[in-house]
Design a binder for this molecule. Structure first.
Ligand code: GLU
Length: 446
């Protein structure tokens, strides 16, 4: 079977971390099985869909490096939906309804008060031809429901959730089209999945009950049913579905200095039995991607954990990968030296300022001033080769008798204006002899 997945966002807002995770799952599964990953823009809701969000979806996928093998748009397929809709009306699978939202709400409440399932009672299905005519004469435009087959139990084996069974009698016939002619998501999605020959519908478990009715729609249009994988949803660190997660998207991650590699490594494995690892290479993430490894419990998304993972990813990034984001003049050696000390690429600029710019001389203790004067002299005299730090500290060890912290800390403070930082052996060649001597003299003279 040809493997085809699709990521099907509605362009009614920015993608949030839950959507991004779905995109990543669809991409990984397609790559794992040598299949295709499609992007489908679900923009049947003309009032709420916006072109800027379509652009943002493309930009977000590009930032993550999830290149779709093809793109579909529902707004370009309305004629196709109409054709199948007409057929389904003719075959009795879709029927017109006239109840107002208020009427439906009252019926639901009555059923609930009698401890009955709040299911649509098919009142409109049973109207006579005269009653239909009367509704139409009264100018009431119908909305349309898909008639579930009550005699066909709904069963499927979900790749994550296992055996799923729904009694169609306990489901309301879903509304597929509004009175103004606009489409709800359910039927167009089925028509698209059939036409696009989607083999695996991979989405969040909030769609499980949609799947139940969509399975009957596939049957009604004579299409084979795809496989389904419904993953447990994400929760915030506080253990419940949070608004914060819904507002967390690529822009926020990028602004926080999170690398796309970190997000992929995290979201590929979150909620699975496999450990989240700082993997830059996608090959092992693809190779290990398996719905059998997914748990049923909601997966906790923790920004702090993502930050930790991100730092470990940043420590592995090549110069070429980050070069466009580094300050002018910072070269591969500088990135190599500084990389272990930054959690975000942008912080490299702070350390580059330490290499190039002015440093505070007053970090050095008064007791260390004479030592710094001595160090300035040694620094001016040693042969400044490949490894000036060891040349400098070896000479000073011998002449001052200092060792360990007493030897190294005053030098670090005088040379960088800080207590901590990148390995001095890597940093000192970047600082260079002239600046080093100047800084040691400044510390001695403070
Ligand atoms: N547009 C739907 C959504 O964003 C697609 C769901 C699906 O994957 O079928 O929820």
């Amino acid at each position: 079977m040809a493997i085809i997945t699709r990521f099907a966002p509605s362009p009614t807002g920015r993608l949030h971390v839950g959507n991004l995770r779905q995109a990543i799952h669809n991409w990984l599964f397609a790559r794992r099985h040598g299949g295709q990953f499609w992007l489908r823009i679900d923009d049947t809701d003309a009032a709420r869909s916006r072109e800027e969000y379509v652009d943002a979806i493309h930009a977000d996928l590009a930032w993550l490096g999830l290149t779709p093998d093809g793109v579909e748009r529902q707004s370009a397929r309305l004629a196709r939906y109409q054709t199948l809709f007409d057929q389904l009306v003719a075959s009795g699978h879709i029927y017109p309804c006239y109840e107002s939202a208020e009427e439906l709400d009252i019926r639901r409440k009555i059923l609930l008060s009698r401890s009955l399932p709040p299911v649509y009672e098919r009142t409109s299905l049973h109207l006579s031809a005269d009653e239909h005519a009367a509704k139409q004469a009264a100018g009431i435009a119908p909305h349309w429901r898909f008639k579930l087959n009550h005699d066909a139990p709904i069963l499927w084996t979900d790749a994550v959730r296992g055996e799923q069974r729904f009694d169609p009698r306990l489901l309301s016939d879903p509304v597929v089209r509004r009175a103004d002619g606009s489409w709800l998501y359910l039927l167009p999605s089925v028509i698209d999945d059939a036409d696009m020959r989607v083999s695996h519908v991979i989405r969040g478990e909030d769609h499980v009950s949609n799947t139940a009715s969509q399975l009957q729609m596939f049957a009604a249009i004579g299409a084979p049913t795809p496989n389904f994988a419904h993953t447990a949803l994400l929760t915030g660190a506080e253990g419940k579905l949070s608004k914060r997660l819904g507002a967390l998207g690529c822009d926020e991650f990028r602004a926080a200095g999170i690398e796309p590699e970190s997000l992929i490594a995290k979201l590929a494995r979150l909620g699975t039995a496999d450990p989240v690892e700082p993997l830059i290479d996608r090959a092992p993430l693809i190779a290990s991607f398996d719905f059998g490894r997914f748990g049923r419990a909601p997966a906790r998304f923790d920004m702090g954990e993502l930050e930790t993972l991100n730092a470990r990813i940043v420590h592995q990034l090549d110069f070429a990968h980050v070069a466009p984001r580094l300050p002018q003049g910072m070269d591969a050696a500088a990135w190599q030296a500084i990389r272990p000390n930054v959690a975000h690429v942008a912080e490299a600029a702070d350390w580059w300022a330490v290499v190039e710019g002015a440093v505070a001389a007053d970090m050095v203790d008064a007791d260390d001033k004479i030592f710094c004067a001595q160090a300035a002299q040694v620094a001016a005299q040693i042969i400044w080769g490949e490894d000036p730090w060891h040349a400098l500290t070896d000479a000073l060890k011998a002449s001052s008798g200092r060792k360990g912290r007493a030897l190294f800390l005053p030098l670090r403070r005088a040379l960088t204006g800080r207590d901590h930082g990148p390995d001095m052996a890597a940093l000192l060649p970047l600082i260079g002899q002239a600046r080093a001597v100047e800084r040691l003299e400044a510390a001695a003279a403070r």
